[in-house]
Design a protein around this ligand. Structure first.
Ligand SMILES: *Cc1c(COP(=O)(O)O)cnc(C)c1O
Length: 403
């Protein structure tokens, strides 16, 4: 046998930029040093140490989801795997699903429901608006879907569904289970699983939680769990079967080898949220995003969504004629070492405000890089006015209260 050698192998030093880019896009986002350190540790996935960490992760997740449920599970996979886990375990083939669609990720939930052979109706929300609870309630009353899917913050269109409580209440009246994707909003703004009556909550690591990508969390309500327990057929998914995952998360038994490093990282990310407290964290996110928005508008640009339905955790900015998103993004990363996101269709770029992105030093660097890159491309903006608006918006708070 002649063993062939690979050609052209590079070390990471030869691939990564000398200075890491500041990640200010729609995710993944910068992570705190403690999260990065935790992610470098591997321990036995079934030992006592892991068992203690799992208990802590469930405890802290209950706080972040605002729930008392006994059905919190971790998922070795992206936010999309957690979305698929919720759908695959709650949607029966042939059942009716109402998918409230305001962009890319809500459509992904609909597609996942179609793949488990449900009859899916997409309720397409008008561009730039939150879903109207009355319209949703009317639909539910007439059509009696068994499951409703919705996204709290639609990262793609930068719209926020601000009426989740009313929508979930309408669903509950007709015994319809509610699945909410809170990937980009969890721990950045109010979310109350029990109070609002949500049956499945999904989050990924790399957005609001400021953790690594590829490890996610999901919570099921008691009602959702009864539905899972009473299932009489075998789920087609093996990895995503909630009953099997329960073996690891509640019975210390083997399902698959848990992503131990990722779970340690999630532990640290959650612990930082608990230490900061949700109230302070929501406030930090809101202040940070509002200050950024004020800076962008003062430079002479307009925001994509009106304030009533605007997502604060990912801000969409309309591009003026003559500036190409791709060119702007590459100027920002090449000249200023700051990365933001392009779009999924609309002529916008998006700046994230999730977790560690919401710090004053990151805001100043990002807004400067943003405005200066427009100027480089020949679109003259009032950069000093933008920076001043950012400064004065942050300055409303005392020095000790800096974000
Ligand atoms: C990013 C995102 C997802 C998908 O997360 P992945 O980890 O990329 O699978 C789902 N929903 C929303 C709202 C998101 O922002």
């Amino acid at each position: 046998m002649r063993i062939k050698s690979p050609q052209g192998i590079l070390s990471l030093d030869n691939i990564l930029p000398e200075e890491p880019l500041l990640m200010m896009g729609a995710g993944p986002v910068p992570i705190p040093a403690r999260v990065a350190a935790a992610n470098g540790i591997v321990i036995n996935h079934l030992g006592d140490t892991m068992a203690q960490i799992i208990e802590q992760v469930k405890l802290m997740t209950r706080y972040v989801f605002q729930t008392e449920t006994g059905h919190i599970l971790g998922v070795a996979g992206p936010g999309s795997a957690a979305m698929e886990m919720a759908v695959a375990n709650l949607v029966l083939p042939g059942s009716k699903v109402l998918s409230v669609c305001s962009g890319f990720f809500s459509n992904r939930l609909a597609e996942m429901a179609e793949r488990v052979e449900a009859n899916v109706v997409r309720l397409v929300v008008e561009k730039g608006q939150s879903a109207d609870p009355e319209v949703v309630a009317d639909y539910i009353a007439q059509n009696h879907p068994q499951v409703l899917t919705i996204v709290q913050g639609e990262t793609s269109s930068t719209v926020c569904n601000t009426n989740l409580a009313a929508i979930a209440a309408a669903a509950k009246e007709h015994n319809c289970l509610v699945i909410v994707d809170a990937v980009c909003t969890l721990s950045t703004m109010e979310f109350d699983m029990d109070e609002w009556g949500i049956d499945a909550v999904i989050t990924g690591g790399q957005k609001g939680l400021s953790c690594i990508p590829g490890v996610s969390l999901i919570g099921f309500s008691d009602k959702a769990w009864q539905h899972i327990e009473s299932r009489t057929y075998q789920l087609r998914h093996w990895c995503l079967d909630a009953k099997l995952a329960d073996q690891f998360w509640y019975k210390k038994a083997y399902h698959y080898t848990a992503p131990v490093s990722g779970i340690l990282a999630i532990h640290e990310a959650l612990r930082l949220v608990c230490t900061e407290t949700l109230k302070v964290r929501f406030d930090r996110h809101l202040r940070s995003s509002k200050a950024l928005q004020a800076g962008i508008e003062a430079m002479g640009l307009s925001l994509h969504v009106k304030p009533a339905a605007r997502l604060n955790s990912v801000v969409g900015i309309n591009l003026p004629d003559g500036v190409e998103g791709k060119q702007l993004l590459s100027t920002m990363s090449n000249r200023y070492k700051v990365e933001i996101s392009g779009s999924f269709g609309a002529n916008i770029v998006r700046i994230g405000q999730m977790g560690e992105q919401c710090r004053a030093h990151n805001l100043f660097r990002t807004l400067h890089a943003f405005g200066a890159s427009f100027n480089c491309l020949g679109q003259k903006l009032d950069l000093p006015a933008g920076m001043a608006a950012l400064e004065s918006s942050l300055d409303q708070y005392g020095f000790d209260d800096q974000i």
